[in-house]
Every structure is written in C-alpha cells, then in structure tokens.
Design a protein around this ligand. Structure first.
Ligand SMILES: NC(=O)c1ccc[n+]([C@@H]2O[C@H](COP(=O)([O-])OP(=O)(O)OC[C@H]3O[C@@H](n4cnc5c(N)ncnc54)[C@H](OP(=O)(O)O)[C@@H]3O)[C@@H](O)[C@H]2O)c1
Length: 487
C-alpha cells in the first residue's frame, strides 16, 4: 500500500466518518474507490469507521483498514480481528457508533423495502447524512424518506440507485436546473437490454440467452426483478419523485417484462427496421415499463448492458445520457460522487452559519464561543400537540423539554409516532409531554473547552449550552466538524 492510500484508510478522528451498511459487491467497490490516491487534499478526508454486514459490525473510531477488510471479505475469512467486532445489526450499530455519513448498500427489496428502510430512517433520525444505491426504500416510500431527511436537516443522496454510474438525477437537478422536465424515457435495466440485443444479433431464443446471461453474472441469481420489469420500474419511481415532482410508488407503475419475447418476434421487428427494447417512460399521467418497437437508429436502441435515458425539457429540448447502469466500480463511482456532494453541502452549511474556523485547536475554544444557534425548547406542561406544532414550524426533529429553564427531557417526532402506533393515541392534545419524553440532552456550561464537548458528542447528537440556569445555545456534531483539528 503506498503512502497516500494509507492516509485514506487511517485518518485522524473528525474527518467525515462513514458507516458502511452492506459490504457486498457495491460496498467493497466503494472501499476500493476510497483506497485510490486522493486528489482532494484540501478537504476533510472520508474515513470509514464502521462496516456492518449480516455477521455483525466491525468498527474503529480511528478508521478501519479498508484494504484488509476487502481482502478478508473476498477470501470469506472473518474480519472480526480488524477492529472491535459486535453482533450488532444495522440499527443497533447506528445507535451505538458515532458517524457522520451512512452509506446503505444492502440488497434491494421491493416488497417491504427492508432492511434498507429501517437503516435509512434510523440514520436520518439520528442526524446522519445518508448515501445509498438501494432502490427498494425509494420505490415504496420516497416521499416519507425525503420528508424525514428534510426534518432532520441532513443530506440524502441516492444517485447510484438510478442507472448506476449514469448521473441522470444530477444531470436534471444540476445541469438542467430551471428547465421543466416534460418526460424521461429510457433503457433502465442492463440485463434486459443485453438479452434483447443479443437475441437480435444471434437469433437465439430467450431461455438460451437468459441462461447464458446468468452464467456471465449479468443477471441476478433470481433474474425475475430484471426480466419482469420491476427493477426498471423502481428506477422510474425514483426519477418521478426526484426530478418530476410526481409522488409515485412502484404500485402506480404499469409494468411489463420480457419473458414473452421470442426469437421470431425479434427477427420480425428487425426485418421492418425496428428494435425491441424494454423502455421505461415517465411523463404527466403516464408511468410505465413496456416492450417497445423502436426505430433501429433511435438513441434509445443501445446494445449490450448499457443504460440510456432521453430527458425532454421545455428549454433544452432533448438531452440523451448513456453509460453503464450497474457494476461494482461503476456504482461505486455514483456513491463516491454523492459522498463528495454531501461534503460540499456540509461545507456550504458551515460557511453560511459562521466564519471558517478550519484547523482550529478545539482545546483553545470554549463551547460558548460556537453555540450561536438559537435553541427552541418547550415547557414540560405543554401538550404533545404543541410540541408537534413547534417542531413542524421550526423544522426540527428533536425538542428539548424544560422545567423552570432546565432541560428535563427530549421529545422527538419519532417518540410521538411510536405512541400513535403502539398505544393507539389519537388526540395528542390530551397528553402532556411529560407522558412520553425521552432522556434530556446533556447540558454543558458555556465555558467548557470544546475538546471535552467533542467527547460527549461521540455518543450524543447534540449538547445544550448553559450559562447559569439559562440554556443559551445548542451545539451539534456537525457544528464541531467544522472545527476539524483536535489536540
Ligand atoms: N451490483 C450492482 O451493480 C448495483 C448497481 C446499482 C445499485 N445496486 C444496489 O446496491 C445495493 C447493494 O448491491 P450489491 O450488489 O452490493 O449486493 P450484494 O453483493 O448482495 O451485497 C449486499 C450486502 O448487504 C449485506 N446485508 C444483507 N442483509 C443485511 C442486513 N439485514 N443487515 C446488514 N447487512 C446486510 C450483505 O451481507 P453479507 O455479506 O453478510 O451477505 C452484503 O454484504 C442493492 O440495493 C442493489 O440494488 C447494485
């Protein structure tokens, strides 16, 4: 391993700490991408502090050795010795290990979205930024997840979940910003495209090509998600929500697969100058995945495992984007792009909330000097209805509860939702906050050195800063990250 690589694998504490949930093809691809020599030395490094798979969680606050982890996983040997190892599942690991960004890359499940939904929701509730390539949670619950991220005030990125390395979400959101998107049409599943274009080239029957594609690893072991059109439909739903303001779920998509395609159908289309492709289309009033006869020269008639999308907009008109929709390093490329975007957002937020203090030694600063944020609190006697109204109005997910000015607990939207579900409570106005509040946020005197506060923030998401009996501010982990150097 060369010197630069080592810097990435083991960095100083308070770089951007990543918790990786899922260490399969894509998770290991990201690890390999992070091991490449970095060119952004001026930025806070990414530091993977925890990895969770089905065997449990391995972690090290100072950063895990990614090279050894990848090697251990690929040789199917235990990585228990490569850090502290616990049998914690994803949710438990999130609750026990401090991190800044959670990368969720467990298998896509479009039946109930699990375990991805639990991981992503818990990470957002804990105030962690989330990057994922997992389609399931978004195919089923896009709006609820996006709203949770919004309320928690953290970044949520899912570029890798739509067409792998093809940056279609970013194209529309960033490069085409200001345009109205009228429609998106595309080939969004590389496995189907491989099968159809090979049938076209060789005249083979569907079953023969499918069996070969499975052997080559082009389809999943169970190829039904691909060939029945559900994978493409999931991506379409994400695009509909993300860039077309259409709050769809996968149940709203009309879905057709390619199982019924015969060599004769493909041959016949070819004779007429046509190509059969599985095309996903989203436009107002239509969301469908369907077998379509395209002109052979259409920009959508790509071959092999390529993905392509044509975005139709009011100003730029048609823009086509083409590339690899899957693959280990291709998907890692999308995740890495999202990690950089999260870091830019963190930096932008810190630039807008105060002067840059990058590189400052924490021991030289008192917490009172950085506790500039106004704290919203609520009195213990208020009702849960009052609490929900304050949280919604102020855009916060946790509310410190005070008795005569002292924090005696915290109430969160999550606690309230749990109450609604578990106890069947309907009228929040009937319940005082005292009935449900969780533990208080820790209080720290304004003159406490920040280096001591940093230790508390390894376990807690925020501290309340007090001067005398008054709560004068709140400092979160993100605030501390702006001050980078600890001595
Ligand atoms: N592969 C691609 O080219 C590609 C492209 C775009 C998007 N994606 C998406 O990226 C995600 C990951 O794909 P992949 O190909 O890396 O899948 P994979 O190779 O099957 O890896 C899945 C990983 O998730 C772990 N896992 C499964 N259930 C878990 C649980 N309950 N808690 C914690 N970890 C769990 C597995 O643990 P074990 O190792 O212990 O089994 C494994 O490490 C999927 O959602 C997929 O749709 C993949």
């Amino acid at each position: 391993m060369n010197k630069r690589k080592k810097d990435v694998a083991t960095v100083a504490p308070l770089g951007l700490r990543i918790h990786l949930i899922g260490f399969g093809v894509v998770g290991r691809g990201l690890a390999k991408a992070l091991l490449r020599p970095s060119t952004d030395s001026g930025n806070q490094p990414f530091c993977v502090v925890a990895v969770t798979d089905r065997s449990g969680t391995v972690f090290n606050d100072a950063g895990l050795d990614l090279e050894k982890l990848v090697r251990a996983k690929e040789k199917q040997t235990s990585f228990a010795k490569l850090g502290t190892h616990k049998s914690w599942n994803g949710e438990q690991a999130l609750q026990n290990i401090a991190s800044d960004i959670v990368v969720e890359v467990t298998p896509t499940n479009i039946v109930d979205g699990e375990p991805g939904i639990t991981h992503i929701a818990e990470a957002l509730r804990l105030g962690r930024h989330v990057v994922t390539a997992n389609k399931g949670p978004f195919a089923l619950q896009f709006q609820r997840i996006a709203a949770l991220a919004e309320r928690s005030g953290v970044a949520l990125k899912y570029g890798g979940s739509v067409c792998g390395a093809v940056p279609i979400v970013e194209l529309v959101r960033d490069a085409l910003v200001g345009n109205e998107v009228l429609s998106i049409r595309g080939v969004m599943n590389g496995s189907c495209n491989y099968i159809l274009s090979r049938m076209e080239q060789t005249g083979e029957e569907f079953d023969v090509v499918l069996a070969d594609a499975s052997k080559l690893g082009i389809t999943e072991t169970d190829p039904s998600q691909d060939i029945d059109g559900w994978d493409a439909a999931s991506k379409l739903v994400i695009l509909a929500n993300a860039v077309m303001h259409q709050p769809l779920t996968i149940r709203d998509v009309k879905v057709q697969g390619i199982r019924s395609v015969t060599a004769a159908m493909v041959r016949d289309a070819r004779k007429r100058g046509k190509a059969l492709r599985l095309i996903a289309t989203i436009k107002p009033g239509l969301a469908e995945v369907a077998l379509v006869e395209l002109d052979q020269h259409s920009p959508l008639a790509v071959t092999g495992t390529l993905n392509v999308a044509v975005v139709e907009t009011d100003l730029a008109k048609d823009i086509s984007i083409i590339g690899r929709g899957a693959g280990q390093m291709e998907t890692a490329s999308a995740i890495l792009g999202d990690l950089h975007a999260v870091r830019r957002e963190i930096n932008a937020r810190s630039a807008s909330t105060g002067p840059a203090r990058k590189g400052m030694a924490l021991s030289g600063l008192e917490v009172g000097e950085v506790a500039k944020k106004k704290v919203h609190t609520i009195d213990e006697d208020a009702t849960l209805g009052d609490a929900v109204r304050v949280m919604r109005k102020k855009g916060i997910s946790q509310l410190p509860v005070v008795r005569e000015g002292v924090c005696v607990g915290t109430v969160s939207e999550r606690l309230i939702m749990d109450l609604l579900v578990r106890r069947g409570v309907k009228k929040l106005e009937a319940l005082a906050i005292a009935d449900v509040m969780g533990p208080p946020l820790p209080e720290i005197g304004a003159r406490t050195p920040l280096v001591a506060v940093a230790k508390v923030l390894e376990q807690k998401s925020a501290v309340l800063v007090t001067r005398g009996l008054d709560i004068v501010g709140i400092v979160t982990r993100a605030d501390l990250l702006r001050l980078v150097s600890v001595d």
